[in-house]
Design a protein around this ligand. Structure first.
Ligand code: SF4
Length: 187
């Protein structure tokens, strides 16, 4: 068994939704060996092989697996966090046990689409980035023709929640994000 146990070590306000919480759980051992197999069998996850992170999107929530801990965002309460962690533990162990039957997938950001980015942009079409619409900006961003820092509106206090989720998503997918954001990360 790759993941024997986990322990919730921190519960913080969710950056995207003040009514919800963000939960960090330390895991026993190192779980990163399962990531390329999970990346192969799950739809919509984002694998960053050099950084050893795997982000799973499920029912509007984001679960980011690191080598030694798991971060859950947009969680109702600790009871829901426990249920998700049990689900993740079973998923990680069952997938890792079947690794002989799975072709590992090391590709990054295969599932990150312009619409994933668009939904987290301000959506005001203010043109401050030089693009005619937020959707046009998202298309260029996913094609790595423009950087997220060009969306000036996103960096106002009004869009702090969306900004944190989008920067997490982009960072997990191996995109450039502002250095100040990385320095401010709590874990
Ligand atoms: S600056 Fe941001 S909010 Fe304004 S149009 Fe560009 S992507 Fe949309």
């Amino acid at each position: 068994m790759l993941l024997n146990s986990y322990k919730i070590t921190r519960t913080l306000p969710c950056l995207a939704d003040p009514e919800k919480i963000r939960v960090i759980a330390e895991v026993s051992g190192e779980i990163y060996e399962a990531f390329p197999y999970l990346n192969a069998v799950l739809k919509g996850c984002i694998y960053n092989h050099p950084a050893l992170t795997l982000t799973i999107k499920k029912e509007g929530k984001l679960f980011t697996l690191h080598a030694h801990h798991i971060t859950l965002a947009k969680i109702e309460d600790e009871k829901e966090a426990e249920e998700i962690l049990i689900w993740l533990k079973d998923l990680i162990n069952e997938t890792y046990e079947k690794q002989d039957q799975i072709e590992p997938n090391y590709s990054m950001a295969a599932e990150l689409k312009a619409l994933d980015i668009f939904r987290l942009l301000p959506g005001t079409n203010c043109k401050k980035c030089g693009e005619p619409t937020c959707l046009a900006f998202a298309v260029k961003l996913v094609g790595r023709e423009i950087e997220i820092g060009k969306c000036i509106s996103l960096f106002s206090d009004e869009f702090k929640g969306k900004r944190n989720i989008l920067l997490d998503l982009l960072h997990a997918a191996g995109y450039e994000v502002p250095g100040a954001y990385l320095e401010s990360k709590e874990v």
